[in-house]
Design a binder for this molecule. Structure first.
Ligand code: FNR
Length: 445
């Protein structure tokens, strides 16, 4: 008997702590240990064993010397919880209202790109996990599955869409419109990635998933992007000049290696349509090159955000805020919410820990808009601390991704429900009966 997967439909999260604990111990009585480890370090180690070196480096790696990632985790040590006693916590509720919607808990699935590296069912598996818990899923622009398909798999479950604003406004607008049509409830604009960070682990492997056609499904299925690709093919001469070939390290300019053949096969496989037709077509490779050209958007500025208001009536939430000044600018520019995040340390090495940024920003925003938080959440106690420091809700990133790698939808669900279980128990053990009671004085510093 495997520990039973607990049916946790949205509004039934009260008591989740004991329910999850009970199921695991009951399975243990028959000699069954959890398939997906509970303890965070064991989860990390098991996922590492399961994934390829390339996938692991992309997923677990961060920028430079990995100092921001380490700082994110270490920061939680600096805000100890002070448990209170004898406060009648027999009935506990994790429910909150966020951006006008009731949620079973203040927890979202963070937008994560290239999920196919963790599991072949990618977003479709995560959608199943999110649906089983009733928690919002934030769909990444770097998805492995077109957003319309994921939206369908989510059914009525809340879904938000995360936008990477490319350097082509027509493309950005098209993605936002598609998200709106797919019934997204909010647009999350990630502002900390105008350029890709200096990711040392990926650089040492020479590995960029997008160059293999992975994680660009939203683009390949977008009509504006498809036109850009066709234009590119029409413009580029069949046989590029030798200098150009060498400078771009075009695959066709070198003697083919096994890796080059695999890369070409991957690009061809990811392009919509039949593999055999794609093999003969210049479009798949042109699509990857077009993506690499349109992705960086270092010219974006605060004034550009006004365009979003013409494109959509959905709430706009700005992700990647780390400074009090940028939080103020977000408010001045009419953001409906912010996400204090440093992208899990994947962008700037040696940056402020995201939790310290939250501690400074939340009092300044002072409830004017929701302040969400991510980067470093590894446990239910971590969620409790972020909420105590003023977060309205948190996004969880790598932990559920590790669960996904280990056991697909069930693995992602298991990790998330254990975080909720630990949050519930941490509340109960700290004298807290509802999320709004988690305040700054629950922490000692
Ligand atoms: C991310 N993150 C991210 N963010 C975003 O806005 N769009 C994206 O496509 C991605 N893709 C992505 C891929 C991978 C492999 C990781 C690990 C992260 C950042 C993500 O939303 C979130 O900010 C971090 O995951 C939070 O850090 P921790 O808690 O996972 O360390």
């Amino acid at each position: 008997m495997e520990e039973s997967r607990i049916e946790t439909p949205a509004r039934a999260l009260s008591g989740i702590g004991r329910a999850v604990q009970g199921a695991i111990y009951a399975a243990g009585a028959y000699g069954h240990k959890p398939k997906v480890p509970v303890e965070p370090a064991a989860l990390y180690a098991a996922a590492r064993r399961r994934m390829s070196p390339q996938a692991w480096s992309y997923v677990a790696g961060s920028a430079g010397m990995q100092r921001t990632d380490a700082a994110n985790i270490a920061a939680f040590e600096r805000y100890p919880i002070v448990p209170r006693l004898l406060r009648d916590v027999g009935e506990r509720s994790l429910g909150v209202s966020l951006c006008g919607h009731d949620l079973p808990a203040p927890v979202l699935f963070a937008p994560i790109g290239v999920l196919e590296m963790a599991h072949k069912e990618a977003e479709l598996a995560v959608a199943e996990a999110a649906r089983s818990l009733g928690l919002p899923m934030v769909l990444s622009t770097q998805g492995s599955v077109p957003m319309e398909q994921t939206a369908k798999a989510l059914r009525a479950n809340p879904m938000w869409y995360q936008l990477y604003w490319s350097n082509n406004d027509d493309l950005a607008r098209s993605l936002v419109r598609r998200a709106e049509k797919s019934r997204a409830q909010a647009i999350v604009v990630t502002l900390d990635t105008p350029l890709l960070g200096w990711r040392t682990k990926d650089l040492d492997l020479g590995y960029l998933p997008f160059a293999r056609g992975e994680g660009i499904a939203q683009y390949l299925t977008d009509p504006v992007f498809q036109n850009l690709v066709r234009d590119r093919v029409a413009e580029v001469p069949e046989e590029p000049a030798r200098d150009e070939r060498v400078s771009r390290r075009d695959l066709s300019s070198e003697r083919p290696t096994l890796t080059a053949i695999r890369t070409l096969a991957s690009i061809t496989r990811h392009y919509p349509g039949r593999f055999r037709d794609n093999l003969r077509s210049p479009l798949p490779r042109a699509a990857v090159e077009t993506f690499l050209d349109v992705f960086p958007c270092p010219g974006l500025s605060w004034d550009d955000l006004a365009k979003l208001r013409d494109w959509t009536s959905l709430p706009v939430i700005l992700k990647g805020i780390q400074s009090v000044d940028d939080a103020r600018l977000a408010l001045e520019h009419g953001a409906d919410g912010i996400i204090v995040s440093n992208h899990g340390g994947r962008q700037v090495d040696g940056a402020i820990a995201s939790l310290d940024a939250l501690a400074a920003i939340a009092p300044v925003v002072d409830g004017q808009v929701p302040v969400l938080f991510d980067s470093g959440i590894r446990s239910g106690a971590d969620i409790f601390k972020a909420l105590a420091l003023g977060a309205s809700a948190v996004l969880v990133g790598r932990p559920w991704l590790y669960g996904l790698a280990l056991d697909g939808a069930a693995g992602a669900q298991a990790v998330m429900e254990r975080l909720l279980a630990e949050l519930d128990l941490t509340m109960g053990l700290s004298g807290i009966a509802s999320i709004d009671q988690i305040t700054r004085d629950c922490l000692s510093t």
